[in-house]
Ligand binder design. Sequence first.
Ligand code: NAD
Length: 316
Amino acid sequence: MLKRVNRVALIGAGFVGSSYAFALLNQGITEELVLIDVNKSKAEGDAMDLNHGLPFAPSRTKIWYGDYSDCKYADLVVITAGANQKPGETRLDLVEKNSRIFKGIIEEIMASGFDGIFLVATNPVDILTYAVWKYSGLPKERVIGSGTLLDTARFRFLLGEYFDVDTRNVHAYIIGEHGDTELPVWSHADIAGTSLTEWTKNKASFKQEDLDTIFLNVRDAAYHIIERKGATYYGIAMGLVRLTKAILENENSVLTVSAYLDGQYGHKDIFIGIPAIVNRNGIKKVVELDLSEEEKLKFSHSADILKKSMDLIFNK
Ligand code: NAD
């Protein structure tokens, strides 16, 4: 009998998708990777190009350009297809365009017999993750959005730079909408187990305004990058690979993803960025942080903004 191997199906081989494929190949995380895109020649060209890198890869990955029938045996379908933000456009502006594209894509994937986990990165990611859950009929645990994964990474990077500490030793979360209403959870930010309040006590040059600026630079990072190079893709691609690894290797890792809330944080029937434990079954558990009163208010505001958009699209 043939041994089952991990298969990832990537829908959308644009900037984000092809960067993800490249990073995935370089980390040797999956045995099979199928690329699917409405622009067939782009996906085909990427498959050829990536295959030529195999002699330099850490392990063998079978990569090919395919179609939706290849999703049947996929463990994970990663969606990065759709329109991206144009300069001046918010992520929420993309909602109608991309939810229309998504309906068709999800119908085709489900028609293949797919029964794995969805990972969504297309914007507005929280709303489109909800759309994937609705259109697919899969259990909520098996539909994951990239949520504030990238925002949290940007936050940890900037805090690490500011405090001159390795970003991997900085623990701090951005939660809420992956977009303009997201918020930093200052009340649970720490460096090596020491709260930021404690850490900053003896830092003569420390100014509270610096932290406010750091958050603004996190929140507006996509705008700053899009102004300069038209799109953002390396950071999110590496974040998606991190999530892929957590799923396929059953890591039980805590990552800030867009997950379904069923009463946690006082909200229901919404996908939104929060820390969650991720493993081979998808979302194992939403981690409920004990937010400060101010954080609770900001989180509710963010959830309300998302709900308004979801209601419009799904006629709730
Ligand atoms: P892109 O335009 O480079 O790529 C999109 C790809 O989707 C294209 O190759 C296009 O042919 C394909 N596509 C369009 N319609 C399709 C369909 N019906 N079926 C299959 N493929 C289809 O865009 P990009 O820069 O790669 O961005 C992709 C998405 O990722 C955007 O929505 C962007 O906003 C989002 N994004 C998310 C994050 C995040 O943190 N979640 C970060 C960066 C970008």
